[in-house]
Design a protein around this ligand. Sequence first.
Ligand SMILES: [Cu+2]
Length: 154
Amino acid sequence: MLVGPLSTTGWWVGLRSTQITKLLSISAVILAVVVPVFAQDDDQTSVCVQAEKRYVEIFETPSSEARDVVVIKMYKNNFCPNQITVPVGTTVRWVNVDKRTSHSVLAPAVGIAESDRAFPTERIEFTFLTPGPVNYMCGPHWETQGMMGVISVE
Ligand SMILES: [Cu+2]
């Protein structure tokens, strides 16, 4: 991709300045569209690394070692991880590892009403007995912070 200062050698030698301008603006548009997508993924990944650290601080064991449940952490308006696949019959445990904020879980599309608020270190659990995708969200944060997740029950 065309980035950085133009030099006097290169494939663009011979292009008219209007063509170069057009190429530069196309490059700018591509960068503007592509970069935020990657940035968002990086943000999600680093937030989830922090979330796991918080979990270990609180419970003194990795979230992957929780017995008989799959753990999703709730941290800084993210579900970590925000996409998982689980077998039918799995109990998912959402754990709030934030320091102050409370969160909830609801999935109106599959008839799951909003849970009580989980305050820091508290949990919400739900056992999925029906296959299919479950799009869920946090009541107070889905609209303003995009706090949403998907569970594929197989
Ligand atoms: Cu929330």
